[in-house]
Design a protein around this ligand. Sequence first.
Ligand SMILES: NC(=O)c1ccc[n+]([C@@H]2O[C@H](COP(=O)([O-])OP(=O)(O)OC[C@H]3O[C@@H](n4cnc5c(N)ncnc54)[C@H](OP(=O)(O)O)[C@@H]3O)[C@@H](O)[C@H]2O)c1
Ligand SMILES: [Zn+2]
Length: 341
Amino acid sequence: MKAAYFEAHGGPENIRVGDLPDPEPQAGEVVLSVEAAALNHLDLWVRRGIPELEIPLPHVGGSDFAGRITRLGDGVEGWEIGERVTANPGLWCDRCEWCARGEHSLCERYGIVGEHVAGGLAEEVRVPVRNLLRLPEGFPAERAAAAPLVYQTAWRALITRAGLRAGQTVLITGASGGVSTAAIQIAKLVDARVIAVTSGKHVDAVRELGADEVIDRDREDLSVVAWKLTGKRGVDVVLDGVGEAVWARCVRALSPDGCLVTYGATTGARGCPDIRLVFWRQLRIIGSTMASDSEFREVMGLVLDGTLKPVIDVVWPLERAREAHERLEAGEQFGKIVLTP
Ligand SMILES: NC(=O)c1ccc[n+]([C@@H]2O[C@H](COP(=O)([O-])OP(=O)(O)OC[C@H]3O[C@@H](n4cnc5c(N)ncnc54)[C@H](OP(=O)(O)O)[C@@H]3O)[C@@H](O)[C@H]2O)c1
Ligand SMILES: [Zn+2]
């Protein structure tokens, strides 16, 4: 099959498009013929090399995809060849304490398709049958492929972990990103007020997406502006995946009893908030990663019924995979980069 892959960790120049062996479904798995797949920032980390993660090479990235079932592994029941599906990219053991509680993204052996095993930036991908989600008749593959990883991450972080409610104010950093564009929509769906932080080139698009206020990070200090916009009260929730470059300011932007929910560290992993602010304002700093399978299905229901609409930056042929990595790495994209084999 044709695939976008790398044989050595490093820069985008390592991405090749060529032939790899077809995947064979194991027991409890299916193979899909991919119609569309999407990139995540995760693909950049995996390509650069994550020190504690050893993966077999060549590696095919792409945690998000949609397509048709072409082959069934042993023991697969209830699914037919030809059905159109997307999938939860999370991989869990179903045996540990956390899986027993339904907390799949806390699983002791948690993994992600496209990170720990081959992903969907290819003509075919192998996936456990329990991860599958049927697409409604005629649902565009590009839209389905743009959703699974980022919507589940944004949903769990905002709704389950931070408990965002109507009338609260949420500040969302890196607003042009995949998770953040999903988060802006989810926050508006629950009637929260959204203050989004983005680079100058994306200010208009972020406002059009529904943010109530937009802070231009090239010109403004987010904590100062957030302070002004809330009448010196601060925001109830900050959702951040940018990390080091903004963390101290994110903490300063919080109201008393405010909650910073972190799910990423794009710019670096060292945050150094003023500890006195944390206890004096009685702040909550919490983490969030991916989601449980039930959270995935809940938010994807809203994507598949059209309530939430993934923001698609470009749809390119798979042959442009290297260029796609470069575009994402440079932060030029607005929303999701989708590739079609
Ligand atoms: N824990 C989890 O489960 C989980 C899940 C998904 C993603 N993540 C992590 O979360 C992060 C975001 O993921 P994503 O796929 O949404 O990423 P993405 O689509 O690549 O978006 C990242 C955004 O961060 C902003 N940014 C980049 N450099 C910046 C800088 N120097 N200063 C301030 N902002 C900067 C940019 O937005 P603006 O130009 O709009 O500011 C950029 O669009 C990644 O680090 C990813 O690995 C974690
Ligand atoms: Zn488990």
